[in-house]
Unconditional design. Structure first.
Length: 171
């Protein structure tokens, strides 16, 4: 499970939690999942997520924390998509603290538009750390589907907050 329905940038640790107990269930368009890590480090990570998917709408919220009593690590996320058939819009918001007690906020909006055997993809992403903007990323690309489960993509991105010479990719 890990990270609930977060878009990106929010996980406190590994995407996979070993030695954990998980529960997941779906009823109608609603889904719920929860997980407790039994012996991962001494932090015992917990996370849960709730989502709704019906027709063109998806909305999800997730929460993750390390609950060893001394750590302030936590992350809350909200994600949504709407499919207009000719284009799909994405949005996500996350807020929390990391192990160094740095406050982080992340907002992303994006789109995909079917074109031929692929999609034009794009996004705008901002991230603040302790109220200072550290990322402001624009990206635009094309994703080509080789099969139902395989694609290749090319993306051009610009992060005007990145130090000179920093390489980043994503959409």
């Amino acid at each position: 499970m890990g990270c609930g329905p977060a878009f990106r940038g929010g996980c406190l640790g590994a995407f996979w939690v070993n030695n954990s107990v998980s529960y997941e269930n779906s009823i109608g368009g609603f889904s719920f999942g929860a997980q407790y890590g039994l012996e991962v480090y001494p932090k015992h990570p917990i996370n849960f997520g709730v989502s709704y998917s019906g027709g063109p709408v998806y909305v999800g919220v997730g929460y993750e924390a390390h609950n060893d009593g001394s750590s302030k690590e936590k992350w809350t996320s909200l994600a949504a998509t709407y499919d207009f058939s000719v284009a799909k819009l994405y949005a996500g918001y996350g807020t929390g603290r990391d192990a160094a007690d740095v406050s982080r906020k992340n907002v992303i909006v994006g789109f995909s538009v079917p074109v031929g055997a692929g999609q034009i993809i794009g996004s705008y992403d901002v991230q603040d750390q302790n109220s200072v903007r550290v990322e402001q990323l624009f990206s635009l690309g094309y994703k080509y589907f080789l099969s139902k489960r395989t694609n290749v993509f090319a993306v051009v991105a610009n992060d005007n907050k990145a130090p000179v010479g920093t390489n980043k990719s994503g959409y």
